[in-house]
Design a protein around this ligand. Structure first.
Ligand SMILES: [Ca+2]
Ligand SMILES: [Ca+2]
Length: 256
């Protein structure tokens, strides 16, 4: 308990005198406070940010709502507050149900001068199934501009907001235009192997000024590399129906 309190004090101190939100725990709604059979063992995490629409800072808060004895939270909430005439005003909140882990960061992902929030929700289990969402942040409710089921851990590295990074394996700038592409990975079904052992297929999503759109056919170089990876797998593990299918698709997008 002492350790928790100390961590909290250190977090507050680290923001220095500019910290505008004095009592962050009071921003968590009563129904989500620990007690009544609920625990809060994912500590509330928060940081201040400055979105482009005005000069005052906003506070982003992430907290969980977990029943005692359950392995994972039933809800994780990300919310944003601002100061309005001295009061703490909630601008929005987004609730994520039944994820083991929620990682997110706020940054200008698509380099249009405005900040987005990217969120990876990871389910438990060896399949590392989850979801990836991209929200355009504005003065009101965030607008979802991308949402896909994904497989693979670590889309966003390191828990907790501003200290996180995008994993370059999933967000490479393949065409070197300064804006990252999003690789959405999934593993197909195979009769002879569990899906955990199946090779990944990656779809490439590219920003077009309005949204991230499926652009596999615009990245022949990427699929040439994927193709040689699949061929290597055939050498190592033998040909499977799934690999045959992936090789066919990769050849198509590689223009071979
Ligand atoms: Ca942006
Ligand atoms: Ca790019």
């Amino acid at each position: 308990m002492v350790k928790i309190a100390l961590t909290f004090i250190l977090m507050v101190l680290s923001f220095g005198v500019s910290f505008a939100f004095e009592n962050v725990n009071s921003l968590i709604p009563k129904g989500h406070q620990p007690g009544n059979g609920y625990v809060n063992d994912i500590l509330p995490y928060y940081f201040e940010t400055n979105l482009s629409w005005d000069n005052s800072k906003e506070l982003v808060l992430h907290y969980s709502h977990k029943k005692k004895g359950e392995p994972y939270p039933d809800k994780q909430i990300i919310s944003m507050f601002k100061k309005s005439n001295g009061a703490d005003l909630k601008i929005w909140e987004i609730c994520f149900d039944n994820y083991e882990e929620i990682d997110f960061l706020i940054d200008d992902i698509n380099k249009d001068g405005k900040k987005e929030m990217i969120v990876h929700g990871l389910h438990s289990g060896t399949g590392a199934c989850g979801n990836l969402w991209l929200y355009q942040l504005g003065e009101k409710v965030p607008r979802k501009i991308f949402g896909k089921s994904v497989e693979g851990e670590g889309y966003i590295l390191g828990a907790n907001g501003q200290k996180s990074n995008l994993d370059h394996d999933f967000f490479p700038d393949l065409d070197k235009d300064g804006i990252v592409e999003i690789l959405v990975g999934y593993r197909g079904e195979s009769n002879h192997a569990s899906s955990v052992d199946s090779p990944f297929w990656f779809d490439v999503y590219k920003w077009n000024g309005k949204s991230y759109f499926l652009a596999d056919d615009q990245f022949p170089g990427f699929y040439k590399e994927e193709l040689s990876g699949y061929k290597q797998l055939v050498k190592e593990k033998g040909e499977t129906e799934l690999l045959r299918e992936y090789i066919k698709r990769a050849k198509n997008f590689a223009g071979i």
